[in-house]
Design a protein around this ligand. Sequence first.
Ligand SMILES: Nc1ncnc2c1ncn2[C@@H]1O[C@H](COP(=O)(O)OP(=O)(O)OP(=O)(O)O)[C@@H](O)[C@H]1O
Ligand SMILES: O=C(O)C1=C[C@@H](O)[C@@H](O)[C@H](O)C1
Ligand SMILES: [Mg+2]
Length: 185
Amino acid sequence: MTIKDIPLREKCIIFIGFMGVGKTTIGSEVAKKLYRDFYDVDVEIEKKYGMSVKEIFNTFGEEEFRKKEKEMIFKLCEQRLNIISLGGGAFLQSEIKERCLKDGIVFFLDLSWDSWKDRISMLIDSRPILQGRTLEEIEDLFHSRQKIYSLHHSRVETDALEIEEIANYIVDSIKLAWDLYEPHK
Ligand SMILES: Nc1ncnc2c1ncn2[C@@H]1O[C@H](COP(=O)(O)OP(=O)(O)OP(=O)(O)O)[C@@H](O)[C@H]1O
Ligand SMILES: O=C(O)C1=C[C@@H](O)[C@@H](O)[C@H](O)C1
Ligand SMILES: [Mg+2]
């Protein structure tokens, strides 16, 4: 059986989007609702190194982190049925992007800059990419990153929604797609 033959119902469900939009939080909620295993790529890499992402960046550099990020995502995509939240920069690598779009159902969590900036205090200490940047530089990064997320299977605007509402909407839309494209016989 080739990779093309993965039934829709068995494909991994993958979350992308800028740092702090809610990939980890929403991914784990969706996994609970679908009774599936959840993997957060940043957390899996942290477990491998026994260090935080910030420590990995400081000790080994971003290039090493990106290499591990690709290895980890490819490994998780090889298995079926996983729910996977990517790091905010994973789609910078075109090989990751292509693999995820081929083997998974990719949800882009889209949050406006105005809403995102209210979360900055929760994120600034633990996200190495944000450190040492002014608010204006972070805003530029936020906007320039949007194009890496432009290829996806579904986009969810999360601004006005609670975590639970977003997770329910995503689960409903996945079930609808399953029934439409691969109805039970
Ligand atoms: N819809 C929401 N409403 C309010 N707060 C939210 C919502 N979604 C996520 N959050 C909060 O925003 C913060 C960042 O969320 P989370 O860690 O899930 O983002 P992320 O996309 O995984 O970030 P990163 O790419 O840096 O790993 C968390 O404190 C989370 O509780
Ligand atoms: O947007 C990014 O480049 C990153 C996002 C985080 O999830 C981590 O993967 C890391 O801090 C890099
Ligand atoms: Mg996360």
